[in-house]
Design a protein around this ligand. Structure first.
Ligand code: FEO
Length: 394
């Protein structure tokens, strides 16, 4: 248990061994942050995954008798936050469950025995005694039901998935945890969860961040913020406005007999030569959720593949499906690779990349037959320079 402000506590659960969150590689584990507000009426904001229920109840029990909880506010239907609600309602028998209008619908479809849930609307205020909790709907951050809660008197924003990070730690605060590691996980969370909804983030920041003085940001996952809130908001502002690093490229590829890989190396050399920093990511070794963190602010995205069974390689297919769903917009793109006899892989790859919103392609896709010659490799190096100069001049 951690006291955030007088009578306001973190009482969540830490998922130390979590390594996969619906396809997102969580190398640092995660936490599900529940918050207890002890006032004339006792309120719990969110719960934890079902298997961490006992851990949460132990923390709550250090402070109050859990049966005395009056309000359970569900900020988000996804079961990492709602999974313990049925067990909690069995203990807190008089508690009133509250959620956004979409949350009410979603919770009833997850927990078929729960029929009584009060709806919370945008701007609605719940008075618990000396505290007032104001509700902000956050549709699609990250499901249709999300909402945030602002505790006016202590200036705490319980921001739900927004500003979260998958980190398991005994340290709860941003000034207790290594800054670079924290913000790397903030970026990874944005790139893999929030990125398709940049416009929604802008709207939320305008409604809930800009008009309010905020002393603490308490997200649904990971570390809470009290010192680095300006950095956090600056980073979110950069990503939600799709502000990219002009001199950053990511080359993502797979290879069978190193032809595509050798082409990737020459492309990297060419880009490097003109001052563009390149992250080289081999899909057999790099997880797609980590590659998305590289992509979040990169101007140039290059994808390479050999042809396998008349198409691109399955690893490339998985990556393309994942990246397309997360909708990075407005990048410079380029497709390349090698083939033996039919050569559809690069063609299909190029077609997919060209469907992405706002992407531009200064060069045609490039592929070589079997093994690149010295001339092919020189050509890749030169194409790297051309792409690099395009980035620097546009
Ligand atoms: Fe942390 Fe969308 O759940």
């Amino acid at each position: 248990m951690t006291e955030i402000a007088p009578n306001i506590y973190w009482v969540g659960g830490v998922d130390w061994n979590l390594r996969n969150f619906h396809g997102y590689k969580t190398e640092e584990g995660s936490s599900y942050n529940a918050y207890l507000i002890v006032d004339e009426k006792i309120t719990l904001i969110d719960t934890v995954k079902e298997y961490l229920f006992d851990e949460m109840i132990d923390r709550i029990s250090e402070i109050i008798d859990p049966s005395k909880i009056d309000y359970i506010i569900s900020e988000h239907t996804e079961m990492d936050h709602s999974g313990s609600i049925p067990k909690l309602l069995a203990i807190a028998k008089n508690a009133k469950l509250m959620a956004s209008p979409n949350g009410v619908k979603g919770l009833k479809k997850h927990f078929h025995n729960i029929t009584s849930i009060d709806e919370c609307y945008e701007g609605m205020v719940l008075n618990t005694g000396k505290y007032n909790l104001r509700f902000y709907l956050q549709q699609m951050l990250h499901w249709p039901d999300n909402m945030a809660v602002y505790l006016e008197e202590e200036k705490i924003l319980f921001s739900n998935d927004a500003f979260g990070q998958h980190i398991a730690s005994g340290f709860r605060w941003d000034d207790e945890y290594p800054h670079g590691m924290l913000f790397h996980q903030v970026a990874k969370y944005y790139a893999n969860i929030i990125l398709p909804y940049n416009a929604r983030v802008k709207d939320f920041v305008k409604r809930a961040i800009e008009p309010n003085e905020i002393k603490y940001i308490c997200p649904a996952h990971g570390i809470m913020f009290r010192k680095y809130i300006p950095d956090l908001v600056n980073e979110y502002t950069k990503w939600m406005t799709n502000t990219l690093e002009k001199k950053k490229a990511v080359i993502i590829y797979d290879t069978m007999w190193k032809s595509t890989e050798n082409m990737a190396y020459q492309l990297q050399r060419g880009l490097d030569e003109v001052g563009v920093r390149v992250e080289l990511r081999h899909l057999s070794y790099c997880h797609i959720s980590n590659i998305m963190t590289d992509i979040i602010d990169a101007s140039l995205i290059v994808v390479g593949t050999p042809t396998l069974n008349n198409d691109y390689m399955p690893t490339v297919s998985g990556f393309l499906t994942y990246m397309k769903g997360l909708k990075p917009e407005g990048r410079v793109g380029f497709a390349f690779g090698s083939y033996g006899w039919s050569g559809e892989g690069v063609k299909h790859l190029d077609e997919i990349l060209r469907t992405l919103k706002g992407w531009v392609f200064p060069l045609d896709a490039k592929q070589v037959n079997y093994v690149p010659t010295e001339s092919d490799l020189k050509d890749m190096y030169e194409q790297g320079k051309v792409l690099g100069k395009y980035l620097l001049n546009n």
